[in-house]
Design a protein around this ligand. Structure first.
Ligand SMILES: *Cc1c(COP(=O)(O)O)cnc(C)c1O
Length: 360
């Protein structure tokens, strides 16, 4: 596999080689059906097995019981920015959001179209370089829900612990789902687009407390009503079959490695490798996130000049390290270390960074 690079893209992200190989081996003839998984009926027994197994694996890996429902929808995480308030807000209701970056900002913008939005925290005054301190948050006693973004993909910050609240806690986990051990039962609803830590783009997973779904607004378009998907096992209409199949393979891969305990250990070693190098050479690799808010998934930094940044990205690419350009809204360099990035990738990149600094 010497022609595969270390892919540090923020999204779509790198996938485990073992998963790609498994998909390749099954591509033309899935389980003796004589068809690929993209061609089988979503009402077939073969697909139902994939669907059910993927849902069960999410709950197993997260330690969630049957009081939670796993749903698969299309439209990406961005569509959930609208579908959440569509289900839980209205002009006479209030939701509370914490604004820690671009994606939270987009979620807030959509929610405002449906009801009142209060901000419990905001880090835009500090260029989104930190997560607000939990004791600085202004969380009211009553509202429909509190929404936050666990990992800020663009700004490289991540919640290290979560606020305790009596409000239903909602979370966009698109860029760090299944990357660490968490008490997932503190969340009442959380969701993620698939293309960062779960598989290829095309499916969004929504995990919600069953008891919450009775609070959904009535008279919604059927396709946007969470109860439609919850009650039909996400088979109301044709799901993105291939994406869900790939997500299932990724979940099995995580499971076989020992679940979130192992994944967390590996992710810790990977981020220590890159942050360690940055801290030793902080005059050259300047991290943009405050240390107590650093993301394990997306490491953002600036080099001494934009010319050096371009040179770094180009030379890294030539050396087999792809996807290191920062998001177009913030520039700089971004190293994304999703679950599928092996430790060797982070180690080799750190060596490259050391050498690049020496030469430049
Ligand atoms: C990438 C990303 C999104 C947007 O996901 P789409 O699937 O492209 O809509 C939303 N939230 C976060 C935190 C992300 O990283």
């Amino acid at each position: 596999m010497s022609d595969r690079i270390y892919n540090f893209n923020a999204g779509p992200g790198t996938l485990p080689l073992e998963v790609l190989q498994k998909a390749q081996s099954e591509l033309l003839n899935y389980k003796n059906s004589g068809m690929s998984v993209m061609e089988i009926s979503h009402r077939s027994k073969d697909y139902e097995e994939i669907n059910d197994r993927a849902m069960a694996l999410f709950k197993e890996l997260m330690g969630l019981d049957d009081s939670y429902k796993v749903m698969f929808m299309g439209g990406g995480a961005s569509s959930q920015f609208a579908i959440i308030p569509m289900n839980f807000l209205s002009s006479d209701k209030t939701a509370v959001y914490i604004d820690t970056g671009e994606w939270s900002g987009r979620a807030i913008k959509e929610a405002k179209k449906f009801g009142t939005v209060d901000l419990a925290g905001f880090s835009g005054d500090k260029n989104y370089n930190a997560i607000p301190a939990i004791d600085s948050l202004n969380i009211p006693d009553s509202a429909e829900y509190l929404h936050l973004t666990s990992n800020n993909t663009i700004f490289g910050t991540q919640w290290q612990s979560f606020p305790k609240t009596n409000l239903p806690l909602f979370c966009d986990m698109s860029s760090d789902i299944l990357s660490r051990q968490l008490d997932f039962s503190m969340f009442d609803l959380f969701y993620a687009g698939s293309q960062k830590n779960l598989g290829p783009a095309g499916v969004t997973v929504i995990i919600a407390r069953d008891s919450l779904l009775k609070n959904c607004n009535s008279n919604l378009p059927v396709i946007f009503d969470y109860n439609t998907h919850a009650s039909k096992n996400s088979l109301y209409n044709t799901p993105p079959v291939f994406s869900i199949y790939m997500v299932k393979l990724v979940l099995e891969w995580i499971n076989e490695r020992g679940g979130l305990k192992t994944i967390e250990k590996e992710n810790a070693a990977k981020k220590d490798c890159i942050y360690g190098l940055m801290d030793d050479h902080a005059d050259f690799y300047r991290g943009t996130a405050q240390k107590d808010s650093r993301s394990w998934m997306n490491i953002t930094m600036r080099l001494p000049s934009e010319d050096l940044e371009s040179k770094f990205i180009a030379e890294a690419k030539a050396a087999g390290f792809g996807g290191l350009k920062g998001h177009r809204s913030v520039d700089g360099v971004r190293v994304s270390l999703y679950n599928a990035m092996p430790l060797a990738g982070a180690e080799k990149l750190a060596e490259f960074m050391l050498e690049f600094k020496k030469v430049n």
